[in-house]
Design a protein around this ligand. Structure first.
Ligand code: CA
Length: 520
């Protein structure tokens, strides 16, 4: 993830106020020679300095120093050194845009312990800092190995969207952020990521056997299977399991399975502007939409490329170029135009280059040829630039930034720029695979408030309350629209499980959606 650290200044500020340090005085650490603390302190006080924090065991103290006190200390033979007392910040936690978009932040997940989401995917990195290791179960699989590791990354990303820990000051936040939701992990994918339909049927049955109320399947294929169709129909109608699956990423109008079985909810992907993704398959089976473009979530620890760009002391959102080497470089920012030939005056500097005309790799090579230590390429159209080096091996770290940040940085040429690409624990993924866990997580969250409702009643509440997008009413791109957790809970509160208060909500005949798609 981009650790564009949202600094918490509160504690440092409170300390400065409580000690009445002059706003003009900077805070330093003063290291003195053994036994010389009292004399150094006396001399410092005489010159207008004030001790703020004793570090007795370190023969040091933090102090607010005027220029006069600073000079006096630096010339004092009893002082080993004086250094700036630099700031340290907690790692910030980012709320991915999809969480408020599906209204997950408007509901309590305190009851989610009555739900189990079963994730059929590539496993779960149980050592990840933002995923929990209680309330999660799985079984060893002779084909794919331990459920609690993830050699692919896909399953850990899906799990983070459903249940990444909120409020821990790091990483991201899931739809159910408080560790109450039960997870069951079935690992059907290894590193290379495919499985047989028979494995999927066995996985779904394992989900049910382990108490799943909701199954998340961020997977699919173009061919249907009678065995799958019957299995999911049985789970839905007879075992009260709601199955959610990805509509598919081929950008066409073909059905994908298991999403397109009547008993399974097919999920389309939309972006942060609620526009359907161009890759999202549009079919008569698409039922709900979820956020599925540039979705930030957890990946196995150390498996992503984390990018940090700082220019003139300010953080700029940057995305490391796929295939870029890792590195940590600093240099003055220099303009390399389009980077179509060796950048001039770039020796030891960070190149700022505009997208256009030639490949990103060639632009990075132009920077490298001019002696540049890092390359930043800005978009020539609206939005962030996510690029790749392709097959080209480059020697310096490179990253993409947005068109607007590029324009800003053109006004900061000569400023000190630092670009760091290092192993990270979070990544942005695209896909109906990312939309699906938003809907699965919301299904469990809503259901946790009404545990006596049936799978079909929860499904009906979600489709009835989705935010209509695209053409009015249901359409093949968005289905009934964007899933809305709070609206669904409000609907069930007002109307009961059956959706019509007084209409016999205790298992009578009024279940129009049971076993088939709702028509309205
Ligand atoms: Ca977190």
């Amino acid at each position: 993830m981009k650790k564009s650290i949202t600094a918490l200044f509160a504690s440092a500020l409170a300390l400065a106020i409580s000690t009445h340090a002059s706003a003009a005085d900077d805070r330093y650490i003063v290291k003195f020679k053994e036994g010389k603390g009292p004399s150094v302190t006396a001399m410092m006080n005489k010159n207008g300095g004030r001790s703020l924090q004793s570090l007795e065991k370190r023969n040091a103290m933090a102090a607010a120093l005027s220029d006069k006190a600073l000079n006096a200390l630096r010339n004092n033979p009893n002082v080993e050194y004086v250094e700036l007392d630099v700031k340290r910040y907690p790692m910030a936690e980012t709320v991915p845009f999809g969480i408020p978009m599906v209204q997950a932040d408007q509901l309590s997940d305190a009851m989610a312990g009555n739900q189990t989401v079963c994730i059929i995917d590539s496993g779960y990195d149980i050592g990840h800092e933002d995923l929990y290791n209680t309330n999660v179960t799985g079984n060893y699989d002779s084909g794919t190995g331990d459920w609690f590791t993830d050699e692919n990354g896909h399953g850990t990303h899906v799990a983070g969207t459903i249940a990444a820990i909120g409020g821990n000051g790091t990483g991201v936040v899931g739809v159910n952020p408080n560790g109450n939701l039960n997870l069951h992990i079935v690992k059907v994918f290894g590193a290379d990521g495919w499985a047989y339909s028979s494995s999927l049927v066995a996985a779904a049955d394992e989900c049910a056997a382990n108490g799943a109320t909701v199954i998340n399947m961020s997977l699919g294929g173009t061919l249907k299977s009678r065995t799958e169709d019957q299995a999911f129909a049985d789970l839905y109608a007879n075992q009260n399991v709601l199955s959610i699956a990805a509509a598919g990423n081929d950008g066409n109008t073909r059905h994908s399975y298991p999403a397109s079985y009547d008993s399974v909810v097919s999920v389309a992907a939309i972006d942060s502007n609620k526009m359907v993704a161009d890759f999202s398959q549009q079919t008569g089976q698409v039922e709900l939409s979820g956020p599925g473009v540039d979705v930030l979530s957890s990946v196995p620890t150390g498996s992503s490329l984390q990018t940090t760009l700082t220019v003139g002391g300010s953080n700029i959102e940057a995305a490391g170029m796929e295939g870029s080497p890792q590195g940590d470089v600093t240099g003055d920012l220099v303009d390399c135009g389009l980077g179509e030939s060796a950048c001039t005056d770039a020796s030891g500097k960070v190149c700022l280059i505009s997208r256009g005309n030639i490949s990103f790799a060639e632009k990075v090579q132009a920077c490298e040829a001019g002696g540049g230590v890092g390359a930043v390429i800005f978009n020539n159209e609206p939005g962030m630039l996510y690029g790749t080096m392709g097959e080209v091996v480059t020697g310096i770290p490179s990253a993409g930034i947005s068109d607007t940040d590029g324009a800003t940085l053109l006004g900061q040429l000569g400023s000190s720029a630092s670009l760091t690409l290092e192993p990270g624990d979070y990544a942005y993924f695209n896909g109906t695979s990312m939309a699906t866990p938003h809907v699965a997580g919301v299904s469990a969250l809503v259901w946790s408030h009404f545990p006596s409702c049936s799978a079909s009643e929860i499904r009906s509440a979600l489709t009835s309350t989705a935010e209509d997008l695209g053409a009015a009413g249901r359409d093949n791109a968005y289905g009934y629209g964007l899933v809305q957790a709070k609206a669904a809970v409000d609907y069930l509160t007002a109307n009961g499980c059956s959706g019509s208060n007084g209409g016999g909500d205790n298992g009578g005949g009024d279940k129009p959606c049971k076993g088939k798609k709702c028509s309205q």
